[in-house]
Design a protein around this ligand. Structure first.
Ligand SMILES: Cc1cc2nc3c(=O)[nH]c(=O)nc-3n(C[C@H](O)[C@H](O)[C@H](O)COP(=O)(O)OP(=O)(O)OC[C@H]3O[C@@H](n4cnc5c(N)ncnc54)[C@H](O)[C@@H]3O)c2cc1C
Length: 434
């Protein structure tokens, strides 16, 4: 039996069988078979979650034959795709059609269903998460029923299943709002910690998308802003292949990977490496279609925890996180990433009902994350933080109910759509209960 493991290699599982459904009917049959046997079934994505959220215990469904765009509605400006489509495939097909998603995260390897089911988000914009850009979906519930949901049809299902954690059913199609393909101008520059924090509100207000990185053990930050250009007037000025290879492949991946490998053996050198890396940051500007600006390949394997805190508590939480890091002798080689999202209306959305600041903590995949993530989690929880569902955290159903005002609403829907817990696994038992 082939096993399952996630991208970071932290989580593994051994399903009892593997099925690669080639149609919605095949998904329905697989769910019904598991239900009749009293077993479980789990559709996996590409395993890019850092948690065991997609770890299969019974039947593992693979998305390999659930890919591609099904329809384009140019009047409504929506695109419907099979749920297992990789995000990079949707992006390149949309580009070919002269269309684009509004916003996305840092990579494009994930499946659409995997990314939306955990609330994958970028920064800024009118809608930061992929889930908030959905206008419809179709899913197979615990007894094999095929349900369609949108703001006007099964609205309670739509509210929750956009970030369904794989607990409410197997998504078969997803409909996204799209916009005409435009250009984004990226501007990256080094900035000091003091300036980054002092100018934070201004950076958020003046840019469509803003991302900050702080290099632990140093005063160095990097700010990245992305702004929409008028595509009719501005010619794109993408990075040359050489510059892109040098900056994003050689420096951001290969050299960073080497520094990480050295840092793993000589952790006492990490603070000096970070200060050096911070000093070596240079300013650059380029413009390109949105998905090529938003996403970059990530070759250095890491583990990550990310929390959403209310925007107004964000900078205090960041300062406290820094103070805790400086009280310990940890060697943190990865920058802390700081992003911002508008509020959304998704039942278990990390941004539901509140504008949020996201603080993300990373360690190399070979590093024990527990002390660092544990201490950062304490700071985040003290500020009402909500954990990213696809990233490492230790929260349980008992304390998540306090963080998510609509937690009970989600549990009630789970009871209705999957009373026999056909979609359960140990992660869902921990975060949602039995
Ligand atoms: C290098 C890297 C960079 C990342 N960058 C970002 C970022 O910028 N922003 C961000 O928010 N996150 C980011 N993430 C996290 C990542 O986007 C999420 O963890 C996402 O869920 C991964 O998608 P996947 O296809 O790998 O799904 P998996 O991790 O395999 O599965 C996630 C969940 O989706 C469920 N699922 C999958 N398919 C279906 C289906 N058809 N129906 C119902 N449920 C389904 C699974 O059962 C599981 O519950 C990053 C992760 C990595 C490794």
């Amino acid at each position: 039996m082939s096993g399952w493991s996630n991208w970071s290699g932290l989580e593994t599982a051994t399903p009892t069988e593997v099925v690669v459904p080639d149609s919605t009917e095949a998904v329905v049959r697989a769910v019904q078979r598991a239900a009749e046997r009293g077993g479980t079934v789990k559709m996996v994505g590409t395993g890019h979650s850092f948690t065991s959220i997609s770890a299969p215990e019974g039947t593992m469904l693979k998305p390999d034959r659930q890919s591609g765009i099904l329809s384009v509605d140019r009047a409504a400006m929506t695109v419907t795709a099979r749920a297992g489509t990789p995000l990079h495939l949707l992006n390149s097909e949309l580009e070919r059609l002269g269309l684009s998603l509004h916003n996305m995260g840092d990579i494009a390897e994930q499946t659409l269903a995997g990314a939306t089911s955990t609330g994958t988000h970028g920064t800024g914009g009118l809608k930061a998460s992929l889930s908030a850009q959905l206008s419809g979906l179709e899913l197979v519930t615990g007894d094999g029923t095929l349900l369609r949901a949108s703001r006007t049809e099964n609205a309670d299902v739509f509210a929750a299943a956009r970030i369904g954690l794989g607990a409410l059913g197997v998504l078969t199609t997803l409909t996204f709002d799209v916009e005409p393909l435009g250009l984004l101008e990226a501007h990256e520059m080094p900035i000091s910690w003091n300036e980054g924090l002092a100018r934070y509100d201004e950076l958020i207000a003046e840019n469509h998308h803003c991302d900050l990185y702080w290099f632990p053990h140093s005063e160095c930050m990097q700010v990245k802003t992305n702004n929409r250009l008028d595509a009719n007037r501005e010619p794109a000025e993408p990075l040359s292949r050489l510059r892109s290879w040098f900056d994003d492949d050689l420096i951001a991946n290969s050299a960073f990977g080497l520094i990480n490998a050295i840092g793993n053996r000589r952790p006492q050198w990490v603070p000096a490496f970070n200060r050096l890396a911070g000093r070596m940051l240079s300013e650059r500007r380029y413009s390109d279609v949105p998905h090529r600006v938003f996403t970059t390949p990530r070759k250095v394997v890491f583990r990550e925890m990310e929390y959403a805190v209310p925007r107004e508590a964000g900078l205090t939480a960041l300062r406290e996180a820094r103070a805790v890091i400086e009280r310990h002798d940890w060697a943190i080689s990865f920058p802390v990433e700081i992003r911002q999202t508008p509020a959304d209306d998704i039942t278990l959305g990390t941004s539901t009902g509140r504008e949020s600041m996201y603080l993300a903590f990373h360690v190399n995949a070979a590093t024990d994350h527990r002390a660092y993530f544990g201490a950062m989690e304490e700071v985040m929880v003290a500020h009402g933080g909500r954990p990213h569902w696809g990233k490492v955290h230790t929260r349980t159903a008992a304390d998540l109910a306090e963080a998510y005002p609509r937690f009970e609403e989600f549990l009630a829907l789970r009871e209705r759509l999957d009373p026999e817990r056909v979609f359960a696994n140990s992660y869902l038992r921990r975060v949602l209960g039995d």
